[in-house]
Write a protein that binds this ligand. Structure first.
Ligand code: PLP
Length: 386
């Protein structure tokens, strides 16, 4: 019998404990597990290779992503790197030009060592994608919505063309989570997560996961994760599974608040532009509506000329100036000096990331408090400059 996602999130590992009947799954910190007898290995022998707590988190994420299985890693970056482990020598990786900065840095570092070759492409540009696919890539890397401009890539369209060209397809699903987007159902081979963000949702764990559509890929990913020792810690897995129980109610409330905030921002004179896929003015609104189950709780906006960005962030009381996203606490980030500071000003300008751009991760505070706070901070920042 198939279950709804909310039921999966709330039932994996529940009432499974044979020893004491613990309703909530116990945390197995033990590094090693005894053999039942000579040459009689149990399901787990050593926690780098396998751990009961980590296995429960993997099961939950695999089910939510509709994968054959999943591997839990020590960070989102370890999850990205794990997918690269499966590539043949000197493979060409076609990457969305607006991928996460850490992903860009890792790919460039591996390319410099001649372990892979990279080509950065605007995946929304059909001709550019066609040209890139003619170079026979082994992997196409999609990230949608993009950071920080919230542009949407058509996963099904890119995946079918990539597959026709013989490439595998990976989707970084961190910004929406499986609650709002199912890349495997749209044709992806791999789904990558920074579980640090929405899956854990409480900003107290750094972790990652890779779910794969194909069981043979899961086996190979698990082999590499054990080989390189990048599997996630049991306590982190336990916390993340605990956080994931409430994923669906969290993200529904967070995106409702984000939609209200986006609508309000769009009406304010201190704001020049709002980037939120839920707004009808967003260039890929229709695609987001078709491809996603919701528009998510991340948005960015541009301050109007004369509204000082530093003064704006200083005047906020309910938003913490910090990187990361997806937690219960609302955050504000300034991409030009924070998440995208490593790019040259020219590259940022080309990507549409101006000095007046602000990114917001909407948390679980009351919507009126968040909207009121942004309004007063914008007024203060506008006055200061006038
Ligand atoms: C944060 C993030 C990562 C990296 O994850 P870590 O857990 O910080 O290593 C990768 N992709 C996206 C989209 C992210 O937001």
């Amino acid at each position: 019998m198939s279950e709804h996602d909310e039921t999966i999130a709330c039932s994996v590992g529940v009432d499974d404990d044979l020893g004491h009947g613990a309703v909530m799954p116990p945390l197995y910190l033990s590094a090693n597990y005894s053999f039942a007898g000579f040459n009689e290995k149990r399901p787990f022998d050593y926690s780098r290779s396998g751990n009961p707590t980590r296995a429960q988190l993997a099961e939950a994420i695999a089910k939510l992503e509709r994968g054959a299985g999943a591997v839990i890693t020590s960070s989102g970056m370890a999850a990205v790197d794990l997918v690269l482990s499966l590539l043949p020598p000197n493979a060409l990786v076609v990457v969305t030009h607006d991928c996460y900065g850490g992903t860009w840095r890792l790919l460039e570092a591996r390319a410099k060592k001649q372990q892979i070759r990279t080509a950065y492409v605007n995946l929304r540009d059909s001709d550019a994608l066609g040209a890139a696919l003619r170079a026979a890539p082994a992997l196409v890397w999609i990230e949608t919505p993009s950071n920080p401009l919230m542009r949407i890539t058509d996963i099904a369209a890119v995946a079918s063309r990539a597959k026709a060209a013989g490439a595998r397809v990976a989707v970084d699903n961190t910004f929406l989570s499986p609650a709002l987007q199912k890349p495997i159902a749209l044709g992806a081979d791999f789904v990558v997560h920074s579980t640090t963000k929405y899956l854990n949702g409480h900003s107290d764990v750094v972790g990652g996961a890779v779910a794969a559509a194909d069981a043979a890929d899961v086996t190979e990913l698990a082999w590499w994760a054990n080989c390189c020792g990048v599997t996630g810690a049991p306590f982190d897995s336990w916390l993340t599974l605990r956080g994931l129980r409430t994923l669906h109610v969290r993200i529904e409330r967070q995106q409702a608040t984000a939609a209200a905030l986006a609508a309000r921002l769009a009406a304010l004179p201190e704001v020049a532009a709002v980037h939120y896929p839920g707004l009808e003015s967003h260039p890929e609104h229709a695609l987001a509506r078709a491809q996603q189950r919701g528009f998510g709780a991340m948005l960015s906006f541009e301050l109007a000329p004369g509204v000082d960005v530093a003064a704006f962030t200083r005047a906020l009381h309910r938003f913490t100036l910090a990187e990361s996203l997806g937690g219960i606490e609302s955050l504000v980030a300034h991409p030009a000096t924070m998440t995208h500071a490593a790019m040259t000003p020219e590259a940022r300008q080309q990507a549409g990331i101006g000095d007046n751009l602000v990114r917001v991760s909407v948390g679980l505070e009351h919507p009126d408090d968040l909207i009121g706070d942004v309004e007063q901070a914008l007024k203060a920042a506008g006055r200061g400059a006038a």
